[in-house]
Design a protein around this ligand. Structure first.
Ligand SMILES: Nc1ncnc2c1ncn2[C@@H]1O[C@H](COP(=O)(O)OP(=O)(O)O)[C@@H](O)[C@H]1O
Ligand SMILES: [Mg+2]
Length: 340
């Protein structure tokens, strides 16, 4: 049976007329006559069933017809049961096929994650050599440089730094997608971590004529976190805030104390995100403006990883935004028990 065929009684068992002929209750000629009679009655707007037509033409009596109809019903019921069993079998078969496809897909996903991890690691080594030599050239340890050469070196170094950041993101992303994101949780002095991150972000903020402000409550206890990954998260949030805020705006890194937690937030006065698109920003490789890569750089991996890292800390990340007004991204961190 074809998938697209509807299950009608005719598909399952012969029609009553054919059945009556088969049971030797009607001859083929009588069946044709009964069918013709049925058509006549229908034309007169007095439609009748085939069995009824045969009875009216005195080809068979009512009790015989009733018995034949009952038999037909019994046969139909058992045919339906068969069809149901068949359907169940087919569903089982499809389910097994789908399960197999799903397994293959997750194997492929695993393969992809491994592939990304391996390739990224392989890219890291030659890039380290390139950067090493570029830096050596820049310090003029290998000989003096003229202005053009210095400029060319600067561009090369900036590009290789970007490449390095990209590879680091990819490694982190493949680790996270393999569920291998491990944290080294220790008491972290937020003041110190934030100053370091802010110092690194300052040149970019200045370049874009933005004010970069730090607002950190005094006597803040240490938080329980993986310092390296937390710094990476803060750097990503600052990077986004700086990228998506037009010149003259302000980016603020704020930490407030709330009971047993520190609430960390990065606020900007930038282009903002429409409410209906807020969820998308955490999807990997997703940028709201597809021309963003060209205009602002980035891979769309930042916030996906930020969320994974924040959640690995047992925290949740929140984002609030208004187009043309700005964005605020925040998450709480618990204080380290050592403080108490
Ligand atoms: N502070 C922000 N203001 C406006 N849009 C933002 C902000 N942060 C993130 N976005 C949007 O979310 C997208 C994803 O961010 P992210 O994952 O960090 O990727 P990337 O920075 O590589 O573009 C960005 O491309 C941008 O469209
Ligand atoms: Mg980003």
């Amino acid at each position: 049976m074809n998938d697209s065929e509807l299950i009608t009684p005719e598909v399952l068992i012969p029609r009553l007329g054919d059945q009556l002929v088969k049971m030797d209750l009607l001859t083929e000629a009588q069946l044709q006559q009964a069918l013709a009679y049925q058509r006549q009655q229908a034309a007169k707007n007095q439609p009748c069933l085939l069995g009824q037509a045969a009875v009216e033409l005195n080809f068979l009596d009512r009790p015989t017809l009733d018995r034949a109809v009952t038999e037909q019903i019994v046969r139909l019921r058992s045919a339906l049961e068969d069809a149901n069993r068949n359907l169940e079998l087919r569903v089982q078969l499809r389910t097994t096929e789908l399960e197999e496809a799903l397994r293959k897909l997750s194997d492929l996903n695993q393969l992809k994650a491994n592939f990304v991890a391996n390739v990224s690691h392989e890219l890291r080594t030659p890039l380290t050599h390139i950067r090493g030599y570029l830096e050596l050239l820049q310090t003029e340890s290998l000989g003096g440089l003229n202005a053009d050469q210095k400029k060319a070196l600067e561009v090369s170094l900036r590009s290789s730094n970007r490449l390095q950041a990209l590879i680091d993101d990819l490694i982190l992303f493949s680790l996270a997608s393999r569920g291998e994101l491990t944290l080294q949780l220790r008491p972290v002095d937020l003041n110190r971590a934030i100053s370091l991150v802010a110092a690194r972000a300052t040149p970019k903020a200045t370049e874009r004529s933005l004010t970069l402000a730090m607002e950190i409550g005094s006597n803040l206890p240490d938080v329980q976190a993986d310092e390296e990954k937390l710094s990476w998260v803060l750097a990503q949030l600052l990077d986004n805030a700086i990228k998506f805020t037009p010149p003259g705006g302000k980016v603020t890194l704020n930490v407030t104390r709330e009971e047993k937690m520190a609430l960390v937030s990065v606020t900007d006065t930038g282009i903002g995100i429409p409410a209906e698109r807020l969820k998308e920003v955490f999807e990997p490789f997703h940028q709201l403006d597809s021309s963003a890569t060209r205009r602002y750089g980035g891979t769309g991996l930042g916030l996906a990883l930020v969320r994974q890292i924040v959640e690995a800390h047992g925290s949740v990340i929140e984002i609030h935004s208004r187009p043309e007004q700005g964005t605020i991204v925040s998450f709480p961190l618990v204080f380290s028990l050592k403080n108490e």
